[in-house]
Every structure is written in C-alpha cells, then in structure tokens.
Design a protein around this ligand. Structure first.
Ligand code: ADP
Ligand code: MG
Length: 316
C-alpha cells in the first residue's frame, strides 16, 4: 500500500509539474502567424488592395484551412485597411463575408486581413462564366440576398460606398455575400450622411448624383449603387454592357451636368436588354425596381427594406 501511495504521489507531482511547465494553450484564433500562411494564388485586386488565396497550415502537414488574405499594394494605405478591418470584424450576417482575423506579426504597415474564402469569386467573374446555367429567378435570389446584407449593414449605421458586382462574392449557386468594406463609413446617430473630405478614386459610375455633386453619402446612396449593381447582374456582368463602357464609350450616354460632373444614364440600354430577354414580364418588374433605386433625390428613393419585400414577391 505505501508503495502504491508513493507511486500515486509521484504521479500527482508529475501531473502538477506538467501543468505548471506547460500551461494549456491559450491562442487567439483571430491571430494568424505569417510563417504559416502559404500563398496559393492571387484572387483579385482593386485600386488599393490585393487578395490572395492562402493555406493557413500551422501543423505544416497540408491539413490547414483555405483563407482569403487581403493586403495593400502600397504600405502607406495601411490606415485604410485598418479601418476596413475594424468595420468587417463587427459584422455578422449570412450575406456578408466573414472576418476570420488578422496577420500583423511582420510589423505595423504590413497588416493583413484574413477572411473566409469564397470559391466562386465575385459575381463579375461568376456570372459571365456560368450564364447558361443561371436563370432570371436565380439572379433575383442574388439581388434579394444583397438587399438583406445591405439592410443589415444600414441597421448598423454603415454606408458601404462601393456596392458593385465586383464586390459581391459567390459562395455557391444559391448564396452570395457582400465583400470589400474598404470604402465603408460609419455614420453617427445624429447624422444622416457622410461627407467625403479626401480626394480619392471613386467608383463614379455606381455613384448617386448627391455623391458626385455634393460629396454627401446617405444610406440611400447605397440604394442607387444597388440599382447599378442590379443592372450589372441582369446583364450577367457582360463586359460590353458594363456601366463604365455603356456610359463613356459605347453609347456615349454620359452627359455633363451644370457642375461639370459625370452622371451615367444606363437607363437607355435597359430596354434593349429587356427586349432580348426570354422573360420580358419579369424583366419589366425588375426595371421598375431599378428606376425606384435611381430617383434623383435621395429622400424619394426606395429603401432596402421595401426592395426585400418586392424581390420576395417576385420570387414566390
Ligand atoms: P479591393 O478593395 O482592392 O477592391 P476586394 O476586397 O474587392 O479588394 O477584392 C478584390 C477581388 O478579390 C474581388 O473582386 C474578388 O474577385 C476577390 N476576392 C476578394 N475577397 C475574396 C474572398 N473572400 N474569397 C474569394 N475571392 C475574393
Ligand atoms: Mg473591390
């Protein structure tokens, strides 16, 4: 007996020693180490950022997970990416791309945003490639999901400011998510709009008149951009009919208003699309929604809540 007790005590002590020397691993799951991030390929790039597909493989045995990693092309934009990170980490919605963490162990300016990887890329790549298999109803489902994500974003008092097909990511044939929060601004409770102060590249062809003329962004300005996005979706993101093409070169539909600012008139192309469509009736109903998004005055524009109702109706 004393013998067994002695062994038991010894084992106890060993356990104690073990638990003292090796504390239970408490790692922050949102803290990604750059040495474990293995680049697989580039997924895309925009004005400021670059997104790469990486394998995060801490065990080094190829069992890790695939993630999308956003970094900046030039380091002096790092405050923008930091702002994007602080926005996206607060957002939790089915139709918004999921934040996973950051990688910042190479020092200040080299910060990276780690997101879930959406295998089918953006609508801009996905729609032209899969056109034969995607019917009008499927397009309307995507439109509905974008509205649901945008309604949530607005409820959190954010304005996206870069809503466009290139920034809608595709999880699979029946789920899309809003991405790219690089230009997203938070509006204070006592304010209705965000006023742009710094000069920068703006996605002008997606912008509402008040953004171009007064540099003011309301939640309703996102609705205008959604109208342009809906137009892109309905034309399967056909390059020839893309908003910049349509407005500047192909149809010369751009006109200058009194303050000399470009306003696009994509309206004129839509009847052509409608007439060439197999489902003219449904298209006409979508066109009605696009026009409601493009009311000149932001206060007269439809909001995402009622767009959700309309699309739900069209889908039943
Ligand atoms: P930027 O701010 O430079 O425009 P985005 O966040 O829009 O960067 O990403 C650029 C492109 O990279 C997107 O248009 C898309 O094709 C691709 N991409 C971005 N995030 C993901 C992701 N999570 N999964 C798959 N592809 C992505
Ligand atoms: Mg983008």
């Amino acid at each position: 007996r004393p013998f067994f007790r002695a062994i038991a005590r010894e084992l106890d002590e060993k356990d104690l020693q073990l638990s003292e020397t090796v504390p239970p691993q408490e790692t922050d799951p949102t803290d990604f180490k750059s040495r474990f991030l293995k680049k697989i390929r580039k997924l895309g790039e925009g004005n400021f950022g670059m997104v790469e597909l990486c394998l995060y493989d801490p065990k080094g045995d190829q069992t890790g997970e695939l993630v999308a990693v956003k970094s900046l092309k030039t380091e002096n934009e790092s405050s923008n990416l930091r702002r994007e990170i602080s926005t996206i980490r607060n957002l939790y919605h089915e139709n918004i791309v999921k934040y996973k963490g950051i990688c910042n162990d190479e020092g200040g300016a080299n910060i990276k945003l780690i997101m879930e990887y959406l295998p089918a890329g953006s609508l801009k790549e996905y729609l032209p490639r899969n056109k034969p298999n995607i019917d009008l109803k499927r397009l309307l489902l995507f439109a509905l999901q974008i509205c649901q994500g945008m309604e949530y974003l607005g409820s959190q008092n954010y304005i996206h400011r870069d809503l466009a097909a290139r920034n809608i990511l595709v999880e699979n044939e029946s789920l899309v998510k809003i991405g790219d929060f690089g230009l997203t601004k938070s509006i204070k409770d006592d304010k209705e709009y965000y006023k742009v102060t710094e000069e920068q590249d703006s996605p002008v062809y997606w912008y509402a008149p008040e953004c171009l003329i007064n540099r003011k962004f309301y939640k309703a300005s996102d609705v205008w951009s959604f109208g342009v996005t809906l137009y892109e979706i309905m034309s399967y993101c056909d390059r020839e009919n893309s908003p910049p093409q349509v407005s500047v070169t192909k149809l010369m539909l751009t006109y200058l208003n009194t303050s000399g600012i470009i306003i696009t008139v994509t309206h004129l192309l839509i009847p052509v699309l409608i007439l060439s469509s197999k489902d003219v009736c449904l298209w006409l109903q979508v066109y009605t929604q696009i026009r409601r998004c493009w009311s000149h005055a932001p206060e007269n524009r439809v909001d995402f809540k009622s767009l959700i109702k309309e699309f739900e109706c069209l889908l039943t």
